[in-house]
Design a protein around this ligand. Structure first.
Ligand SMILES: *Cc1c(COP(=O)(O)O)cnc(C)c1O
Length: 452
């Protein structure tokens, strides 16, 4: 119990991903075609994704072997370490033990590499020569650029223009990995040209970048589209996190009482939580699983559980999820990766069935928690990940008040080395707490597709 770093040997790395779909308490309602609002089948997804990923999206097999070539790349940075945050515990004066699993040691800096490698691999296997995608904050574009280089694919990234200009080092990293990156809206697609004709200084949105990447995909032979969160197969690939975590806690003969993870589209939280959901449902464990979101984009805690479009442009499938409405525009909080209007259907369904919990925090408190973590544990977290730190610290302080010796764990999804402008704003008192506008809720209901 006195270890600071709990390292799993490479030979003990999990070799299978865990698929929650056959174990869901309520089966997922089918995705619908955005054009017809009728259930979408594999053929609807075939222009965008390789068959292997479409099958994983709907698979009822509990365990899926991680291909050898993917395991080989995982070994560049996996198993990821589990840390005991002793200095943070001491600074807080809590009797609780705080643990965190760190995904920021991956070459691209976040957990997104776990699915990027798998997606590039399956595409390569089926003859894809080029992948197109969008990126907002830039972590996903970096991960896919790296994966495409390793698998021998070309990579085309549409990066939201505001982010392209604010975070130049992110697109330079993608370019160093060999990707082609353009600011979106761009001159390369009809969607981009139309947006700029209306509004020459358009700052771009994630929805518009998705439209450009999808248009690029269907107009370039050999190209497929790739998405870094939300989808079932993305959560599947991320389950290596939770499977490793269980083995790491077993090494120190400890069981977490609660696990916190930040949630944007839900892939990293899904990855750490699904193996625990499996064991909670079968009665083998009893671990609280808490999704943490920004108060300015409170999808789970304030959204509706309904069918909605996956994107602003209404090109992505319509899925049953917690949503703030596909045309919801979140305030420009610094955790760019948590600004999605919806949430993964898997996470949404589990939250609806009360299998997992959710909490929301405002950004100033989140940055305060990040600073406590930086000053004690020395890793500078991504602002997204700092939401989970905030939740863990609050729980540790409750333990202090109540004299409870709980084991608290959180997932540290990435480092924040490209987010220093956000820290600079915080340190100079320029961050504001933006509120979620309750009036938006009514507007969101009105914008939902009329299904059934
Ligand atoms: C993208 C991202 C997130 C949010 O995405 P999820 O799919 O919810 O995991 C969180 N943290 C980091 C570092 C990210 O890059």
């Amino acid at each position: 119990m006195d270890r600071t770093k709990i390292i799993l040997e490479e030979r003990d790395m999990p070799t299978k991903w865990y698929n929650i779909l056959p174990d869901m308490p309520t089966p997922l309602p089918p995705p619908l075609s955005p054009q017809t609002l009728k259930p979408a089948g594999p053929e609807d997804f075939a222009p965008l994704f390789p068959m292997a990923l479409i099958q994983q999206e709907m698979s009822d097999e509990r365990y899926i072997d991680i291909p050898e070539e993917v395991l080989d790349v995982y070994k560049l940075y996996r198993p990821s370490p589990l840390f005991r945050a002793r200095r943070l515990e001491k600074a807080l004066g809590t009797p609780a033990k705080i643990f965190y699993k760190y995904e920021g040691g991956s070459p691209s800096g976040s957990h997104k590499t776990n699915t990027a490698i798998a997606q590039a691999y399956y595409n390569k296997l089926e003859g894809t020569t080029r992948l197109a995608t969008e990126t907002g904050a830039g972590q996903w574009g970096s991960a896919l650029s790296m994966a495409c280089q390793l698998m021998g694919l070309e990579c085309m990234v549409y990066m939201v223009k505001a982010s392209y200009n604010q975070k130049p080092y992110r697109h330079m990293l993608m370019e160093a990995y060999g990707a082609k990156v353009v600011a979106s809206p761009s001159e390369l697609t009809n969607a981009g040209r139309a947006a700029m004709a209306d509004y020459p200084d358009h700052p771009g949105t994630l929805g518009l970048a998705i439209s450009e990447a999808v248009e690029d995909t269907v107009t370039h032979p050999g190209t497929h589209y790739s998405l870094g969160s939300v989808l079932n197969h993305v959560i599947l690939h991320q389950t290596i996190i939770g499977e490793e975590l269980q083995k790491q806690f077993a090494l120190i003969d400890t069981e977490p009482d609660v696990i916190y993870g930040c949630v944007g589209g839900g892939s990293s939280f899904g990855g750490v939580a699904m193996p625990y959901v499996r064991d909670n449902l079968s009665g083998k464990r009893n671990v609280r699983l808490v999704a943490v979101e920004p108060a300015s984009c409170p999808t789970l805690t304030k959204g509706l559980y309904a069918y909605d479009y996956g994107d602003e442009a209404k090109m992505a499938p319509v899925v049953m999820m917690y949503t703030l409405g596909h045309d919801f525009i979140p305030s420009p909080i610094h955790a760019g990766g948590l600004r999605y209007h919806g949430d993964s259907p898997i996470i949404s369904s589990l939250y609806h069935d009360k299998v997992i919990e959710a909490e929301a925090f405002k950004q100033i408190g989140v940055f305060e928690a990040a600073m406590q973590f930086i000053h004690t544990e020395s890793i500078l977290p991504a602002p997204e990940s700092a939401h989970a730190i905030k939740a863990a610290i609050d729980e540790a302080m409750r333990c202090k008040e109540n004299g409870e010796e709980k084991n608290i764990c959180f997932l540290l999804t990435g480092h924040g080395h490209f987010d220093l402008a956000a820290y600079d704003a915080y340190l100079n008192g320029k961050l504001e707490d933006d509120e979620y506008n309750e009036a938006d809720e009514a507007r969101a209901i009105a914008s939902l597709p009329k299904v059934g």
